[in-house]
Ligand binder design. Structure first.
Ligand code: PXG
Length: 287
């Protein structure tokens, strides 16, 4: 099914959906975005994604030129229009079309667009076997340079980390912050499991606060797992019973090997599989 795209109030298909080369989103990476999933025709946690989009925009001094409820309606309408029931929705707000020169005041109005498509990051066997990973030399942004809590259009560090992983022949990368603490994967949050407790870095330390992360924490708490949000380092990952990643696109996926060390039993572990099953049941529930 071809992608359906909404740009500033009009609908397009994939081949006709274009934005200006003078858009500061393209020229400077000046903008914010969300990656959202729909399951069975229902948008998953749309409110949480829109709240994060508005917070990201506020943090970069960007006024989104429409109301939150109008954007929610557009997303719901677009999903229906696209014909997808299970969908990946990419919502983007850029500084808008300006001229050359990075002064954001040159952009009269932010550009808003939304793509309704599908996404598959890993083949199904990766979810059973777990991913191989390495720690990238490229750190995430320093939180006082560009806060990792802003879901901005600046993904170059994450892409360069991903390139390190590709060059080394592993599936995914773990990124550290500039203090050497474990932060996140290239587009996923990170958890270590030890003694029936989930350990994950706290958002204030400078990571993106994932919607999937928060959902998994809720589900894990309800299932009786302990939750510990304190900074971690690589030692905590190497010695964990299990390590897994969460993200809108990836959902819940285990790590089998990190920096040459086998993690736990070397396949997707029981807690990872339990939480992946709880997550799937939760997102596809019919109530
Ligand atoms: N960290 C980073 C840096 C991310 O970009 C997450 C964590 C997980 O957050 P959510 O809210 O999705 O649980 C992300 C999310 C893509 C893609 O196209 C990337 C993300 C989400 C969806 C798709 O690669 N990043």
């Amino acid at each position: 099914m071809p992608a359906t795209v909404w740009i500033d109030g009009k609908w397009y298909d994939r081949s006709t959906a274009v934005v200006s080369v003078y858009d500061h989103g393209l020229l400077y990476g000046d903008g914010v975005f969300e990656g959202i999933r729909a399951y069975g025709g229902r948008v998953f946690r749309l409110e949480a994604h829109l709240d994060r989009l508005w917070a990201s925009a506020k943090a970069i001094w960007l006024d989104i030129p429409m109301a939150k409820d109008a954007m929610a309606r557009m997303v719901e309408d677009g999903l229906k229009k696209s014909g997808h029931t299970d969908s990946y929705i990419r919502l983007v707000v850029t500084r808008g079309t300006g001229d050359l020169g990075l002064d954001p005041r040159k952009c009269a109005k932010p550009t808003v667009f939304c793509i309704f498509d599908t996404i598959a990051l890993w083949a199904p066997d990766r979810y059973e076997k777990g991913l191989t990973a390495l720690t990238a030399a490229t750190p995430i942004h320093h939180r006082e340079a560009l806060s990792p809590r802003v879901k901005s259009l600046n993904y170059l560090s994450h892409i360069l980390a991903k390139v390190e992983g590709i060059a080394a022949g592993v599936d995914e990368v773990i990124m550290l912050d500039s203090g050497g603490y474990v932060a996140e994967a290239s587009g996923m949050n990170l958890f270590a499991v030890a003694n029936h407790t989930l350990h994950t870095p706290p958002p204030y330390a400078g990571i993106l606060r994932g919607v999937t992360r928060d959902t998994v924490i809720e589900l894990a708490r309800d299932a009786g797992y302990g939750i510990d949000e304190t900074p971690m380092n690589r030692y905590d990952l190497y010695t964990a019973d299990e390590v897994f990643l969460t993200g809108t696109a990836a959902e819940v996926v285990g790590i089998s090997k990190l920096d040459g060390r086998v993690i736990g039993s070397g396949v997707s572990g029981p807690v990872t599989r339990d939480l992946a099953a709880r997550f799937r049941a939760y997102v596809t529930r019919s109530d």
